[in-house]
Ligand binder design. Structure first.
Ligand code: C5P
Length: 289
């Protein structure tokens, strides 16, 4: 087969904790992450050796090595020992950029899974993770998918049982947030509150959705940044619409809310649609690899 397709799933942070800055400049984190059915569509074609290039429906996204999908393909060939071939990667983006939804990492994860399939599964799960962590901190999670407890830079993963059945309403305001910028702001302050990660893991293991929602927490919401006011407003509106809990994902700017029913999620999202860059309903997606 010369063309292969793969869905790239967005990630949500059910919790996000930062433990401290490391000597290598990264931060040690503890997070519970979940893949959801808001997806980009990735397709890959072999070409007659013109290198690895990507194109998307958004013209401002680069098609060269700056694109994580291109980097993932290069790393795949290196890790698998297969001689590099020319590839054309086409990505239909629905996951917004700069939203904390790991869109670029999701595309990279999809490329790793797709190429592994295309070339007869030369990498096992460990090989995929080894390749993924060279591309970016969230890529290992995005490659494997499902519900995970992540630590280290985000690449040390422990699989959890699936999130209890629920629906998410995702709202992104009309601005994006740069991840390195928010990390820098976090470095300048003392983190006073941390999520109860152990309690959250227990709640996920017990299938206790309200226990999960009560404990959802993201330390980046406490950063001194005026954009967090908008985040708090969106969370408030989602709660007024009947959400069980709401949280910013990653370094934002997207906010998600948890709903018990699809209908309530759809009503909430349609009420908020006009005022925001993205308003979407999605559900949980289980393990991808
Ligand atoms: O690993 P990745 O390239 O996706 O990370 C993007 C940026 O996010 C890093 O350059 C760094 O500023 C920040 N980061 C961090 N600690 C992490 C993950 C990301 O400081 N664990």
């Amino acid at each position: 087969m010369d063309e292969i397709r793969e869905k790239a799933c967005a990630k949500l942070n059910i919790s996000l904790d930062v433990l401290g800055k490391r000597p290598d400049g990264y931060h040690d984190m503890v997070m519970i992450m979940q893949t959801v059915s808001l997806t980009d569509e990735v397709s890959i074609e072999r070409t007659d050796g013109q290198g690895i290039r990507a194109s998307t429906n958004l013209e401002y996204i680069p098609g060269d090595e700056r694109n994580l999908a291109v980097r993932a393909a290069g790393v795949f060939f290196r890790e698998s020992g297969i001689a590099e071939e020319g590839l054309r990667i086409s990505i239909r983006k629905k996951i917004p950029v700069g939203a904390g939804l790991a869109g670029g990492s999701a595309d990279a994860g999809a490329v790793l899974r797709a190429l592994n399939r295309l070339y007869g599964m030369p990498l096992d799960r460990e090989g995929l993770v080894r390749a993924a962590e060279q591309v970016g901190s969230d890529v290992a999670f995005c490659t494997l998918g499902g519900t995970m407890l992540a630590s280290g830079r985000g690449e040390i993963l422990t699989r959890l049982p699936s999130m209890p059945e629920c629906w998410y309403g995702i709202i992104m305001p009309h601005f994006s947030i740069s991840t390195p910028e928010l990390f820098r702001k976090l470095d300048g302050k003392k983190i006073r509150c941390h999520p109860d990660t152990q309690g959250l893991v227990q709640a996920v293991e017990n299938g206790d959705l309200s226990g999960v929602c009560r404990r959802m927490y993201n330390v980046f919401e406490d950063v001194d940044d005026r954009r967090m006011r908008t985040v708090a407003e969106i969370k408030g509106r989602l709660m007024d619409c009947g959400a069980m809990g709401a949280l910013m994902t990653g370094t934002g700017s997207a906010v998600f809310a948890v709903f018990e029913s699809q209908k309530t999620a759809e009503t909430a999202v349609s009420e908020m649609k006009g005022d925001h860059r993205l308003a979407a309903v999605c559900g949980n997606v289980g393990p991808l690899a």
